[in-house]
Design a protein around this ligand. Structure first.
Ligand SMILES: [Zn+2]
Length: 297
C-alpha cells in the first residue's frame, strides 16, 4: 500500500533511494548492544542486514494532499548534487520526479515544501539544474525552513558542525536558490501550515530540526524527520545517531515526540525507514515499543 487517508489528508510515499549505510555500532555509538540483540530478529532484513552488519535505509518524500494544498515533507538527495564528503549522495541520477508524477503530482502542483531540517538528504530536490544553474524544482511552492537551521548552516555563520564537512555545498545549491527566487519562508517556534498540519521545532539532531504534526478529524500522525533513523530508537529513545549536533536536546525531543505519539495514538512517520513505514507505538518499560506497523510495503 502506498496511499493512506488520515482524516481529510491523503498521504503518499515517494521513494527516492535505498542504500546500505554503516554498522549499527558506528551509526549509534551510545547504543546498548544487548538491547540491539534483543530486537535483531525483526530488525532483519528491512532495517539491518545480518550478513554484512550494515543498516538498511532509504530516502523518501511524504506527499500530503489536503483540499487546498499539496505538501512535500522533505525533498531527498536530489540529482547531480556535488557531495564530496558523502559519496553515497554524490551525483545521483534517479527518476524521483517520475515517481512523484506517478502519484499524481507534477512539480508545478506542489504548493508547500517542508524541509524538516537542512541536511543533504532532506533538501536535495528543492532545486534542479536548469541551464547549468540551480533553480527551484517546485516553482509554485512556498518552502518552509526552520530559522534556526537557516542560521546554523548559512555559509556566513560561524557554526562548527559536529558532522564536519558532510553538509558542504548543500546550502549553496539547495537553499540559496530558493531564497533568491523569493520562495523561502523562515519560521520560528511553530508554524501552522494548513488547518490540519502544523510544524513544531524538535531540536537536537540539528538546531532547527522539526516535525510535522497532522491532526485531521479523529486521526493523528507525526512526521518525525531524523528523530529516528532506525526503529531501535523507539526501544532505546536515548540512542542518538552519530549525526546529532546536540545529543542531550536530541534525546529530549525524541522522548517528547514519542510520548505524545503513544499517548495520542498518533502514527509515527520517519524519514528513513524501509519495510514498515509508519509505526503505532506504545509506552513500554520506560521506553516505547511498536504496537503495529501501518503503511507497509
Ligand atoms: Zn536524514
Amino acid at each position: 500500500m502506498t496511499t493512506m487517508m488520515l482524516g481529510r489528508v491523503r498521504i503518499d510515499r515517494v521513494l527516492e533511494h535505498e542504500l546500505a549505510t554503516r554498522p549499527p555500532t558506528q551509526m549509534f555509538p551510545g547504543m546498548d548492544p544487548a538491547g540491539w540483540q534483543a530486537q535483531r530478529s525483526w530488525l532483519a532484513p528491512h532495517y539491518w542486514d545480518p550478513a554484512t552488519d550494515l543498516l538498511q535505509t532509504c530516502v523518501q518524500t511524504w506527499v500530503l494532499r489536503t483540499d487546498s494544498e499539496t505538501v512535500l515533507v522533505d525533498t531527498g538527495i536530489g540529482n547531480g548534487k556535488s557531495r564530496p564528503a558523502l559519496p553515497a549522495f554524490d551525483g545521483l541520477g534517479t527518476d524521483f520526479l517520475d515517481r512523484l508524477r506517478a502519484v499524481g503530482v507534477a512539480p508545478e502542483d506542489v504548493t508547500v515544501v517542508v524541509n524538516t531540517h537542512l541536511h543533504a538528504d532532506h533538501v536535495g530536490w528543492n532545486t534542479r539544474l536548469d541551464n547549468d544553474e540551480w533553480a527551484p524544482t517546485f516553482p509554485n511552492a512556498t518552502y518552509l525552513v526552520p530559522r534556526a537551521d537557516y542560521e546554523f548552516w548559512h555559509p556566513d555563520a560561524a557554526s562548527r558542525p559536529r558532522i564536519g564537512n558532510a553538509n558542504d555545498n548543500v546550502f549553496t545549491d539547495s537553499v540559496l536558490p530558493i531564497e533568491h527566487a523569493g520562495l523561502l519562508r523562515l519560521w520560528d517556534g511553530a508554524h501552522q501550515v494548513t488547518g490540519d498540519l502544523r510544524l513544531e521545532l524538535a531540536p537536537g539532531h540539528t538546531p532547527g530540526s522539526s516535525v510535522l504534526v497532522l491532526e485531521s478529524g479523529a486521526d493523528r500522525a507525526v512526521f518525525v524527520g531524523d528523530l529516528l533513523h532506525n526503529p531501535i530508537q523507539i526501544h532505546q529513545p536515548d540512542v542518538n545517531s552519530c549525526f546529532c549536533e546536540d545529543p542531550v536536546a536530541a534525546r529530549v525531543s525524541r522522548r517528547r515526540l514519542l510520548a505524545w505519539a503513544a499517548d495520542h495514538r498518533a502514527l509515527v512517520f520517519p524519514a528513513h525507514l524501509r519495510g514498515g513505514l509508519a509505526a503505532e507505538i506504545e509506552r513500554s518499560a520506560g521506553a516505547f515499543a511498536v504496537k503495529k506497523w501501518g503503511f507497509t510495503t
